[in-house]
Design a protein around this ligand. Structure first.
Ligand SMILES: *[C@@H]1O[C@H](CO)[C@@H](O)[C@H](O)[C@H]1NC(C)=O
Ligand SMILES: *[C@@H]1O[C@H](CO)[C@@H](O)[C@H](O)[C@H]1NC(C)=O
Ligand SMILES: *[C@@H]1O[C@H](CO)[C@@H](O)[C@H](O)[C@H]1NC(C)=O
Ligand SMILES: *[C@@H]1O[C@H](CO)[C@@H](O)[C@H](O)[C@H]1NC(C)=O
Ligand SMILES: *[C@@H]1O[C@H](CO)[C@@H](O)[C@H](O)[C@H]1NC(C)=O
Ligand SMILES: *[C@@H]1O[C@H](CO)[C@@H](O)[C@H](O)[C@H]1NC(C)=O
Ligand SMILES: *[C@@H]1O[C@H](CO)[C@@H](O)[C@H](O)[C@H]1NC(C)=O
Length: 335
């Protein structure tokens, strides 16, 4: 047998071309970046509400590089991360794909932003998930409702100390007598005027009206529906801080708030031995401009970053991907 010279020559040339490409630094960078790209698959949307996932969403909208966020289950076999939202699993509207072969390197993420007393019943999921994702600082991926960040040149759009009309305001949609917050409210309104909005009193505030309305109040009752460790929601970040009111918080202990907020930015219900002394204090602070203003000094250097979009939270997984614990079987604790 004799080989024709021509094909061998061609192969040699092609090889040379290939090698020269391979060693071009630019191309190499491109290749390694491509390898590094993380695919995050959301198995179903939380609360049955889906949002568009255009290509490069993480990069274009949230400046997160090397991150592909998808919700198409055909990506199952290649996804690095698969995210399951807790609520649909407990209600039974969604199921885990336990019948599908699970790629060795793939990690399953359990996601919930609700407080455990309301919804975590996770004992049945022992040995299934690799990572947890929640507002809790002990989660593998912590996704708070908001955070404080150093201020650039932006101004707080709703920050205003003028035109305050009401002493205290509360927005409540889920009013239940047995909630501690309802008891505090009932005592408080006997002592000071409390303006109430929300579905519970048939005075709902739409998105556009919320912050301008609350900004007219000296204090906002940022009362969580569940008192659970580190459970601090948009009632603090958006309704109080972004509206330019002083939050009166009821929720986890003071130290949990202090861990995430600037100094002198809130008033904690538990600081007072009675609701009467809380009411007296609020009246005193509102009547003393200097004292009242001191609760806003942090606005000079800090501003609030609110997290409300599932897509942003999911893209942010890629930012911590390299630091995530490896080969871990997560047992979910009802903390
Ligand atoms: C989710 O929404 C879709 C369309 O909006 C609807 O067809 C489906 O029944 C909903 N599923 C659940 C479990 O509510
Ligand atoms: C993402 O950015 C594009 C272009 O800037 C914009 O049209 C789109 O509404 C953004 N999407 C989200 C979810 O913010
Ligand atoms: C999911 O991806 C598959 C394969 O790429 C494609 O055929 C299908 O149309 C996609 N489904 C949706 C809802 O985009
Ligand atoms: C939690 O799940 C277990 C097992 O599925 C069940 O027996 C128990 O009643 C559930 N508890 C709550 C509070 O839903
Ligand atoms: C102050 O509140 C009143 C309503 O009571 C409103 O008409 C007015 O525009 C507000 N002024 C400013 C500066 O926001
Ligand atoms: C804000 O930052 C400036 C400059 O670093 C500092 O002088 C000032 O004391 C800070 N203000 C507050 C309220 O911390
Ligand atoms: C994820 O958890 C599963 C189930 O516990 C386990 O079999 C698998 O090895 C874990 N995967 C990784 C990458 O840690």
């Amino acid at each position: 047998m004799r080989f024709n010279k021509k094909p061998w020559f061609l192969v040699l040339v092609l090889c040379c071309i290939f090698m020269s490409f391979k060693w071009k630094p630019g191309l190499q960078l491109y290749a390694s970046e491509k390898e590094k790209s993380v695919t995050v698959l959301l198995w179903y949307w939380p609360f049955n509400r889906s949002y568009g996932l255009e290509d490069d969403l993480c990069l274009k909208n949230y400046s997160v590089t090397g991150c592909r966020l998808v919700d198409n289950r055909t990506f199952h076999s290649i996804a690095d991360i698969v995210v399951f939202h807790h609520y649909e699993l407990v209600t039974g509207s969604q199921k885990l794909p336990l019948h599908l072969p699970r790629p060795v390197q793939q990690r399953w993420v359990w996601l919930s932003l609700e407080a455990p007393r309301n919804s975590w019943n996770v004992s049945r999921y022992t040995g299934i998930f690799n990572l947890t994702m929640s507002y809790h600082p002990g989660a593998d991926i912590t996704v708070p409702y908001g955070k404080i960040k150093e201020k650039g040149f932006e101004t707080d759009s709703f920050f205003m100390l003028k035109n305050k009309t009401y002493l205290a305001c509360w927005v409540v949609s889920n009013y239940q007598n047995q909630h501690r917050r309802s008891k505090v409210y009932k005592q408080l309104r006997k002592l000071i005027p409390v303006q109430v909005y929300g579905r519970a009193v048939r005075k709902p505030l739409n998105r556009d009206a919320l912050l301008p309305t609350i900004s007219r109040c000296y204090f906002y009752l940022a009362f969580e529906n569940t008192e659970s460790p580190h459970y601090i929601t948009e009632k603090l970040w958006r309704n109080s801080f972004m509206a330019g009111t002083v939050p009166v918080v009821l929720g986890p202990p003071r130290s949990h708030y202090e861990a995430v907020t600037p100094p002198r930015s809130f008033i904690h219900v538990d600081d007072f031995d009675s609701i009467a002394s809380l009411a007296r204090f609020l009246t005193e602070v509102a009547g003393d401009t200097r004292l009242y203003r001191s609760y806003f000094s942090w606005h000079q250097n800090y501003t609030v970053k609110l997290f409300t979009d599932w897509r942003e939270r999911l893209c942010n997984i890629c930012q911590v991907y390299d630091q995530l614990p490896h080969h871990k079987i997560r047992s979910l604790l009802e903390t």
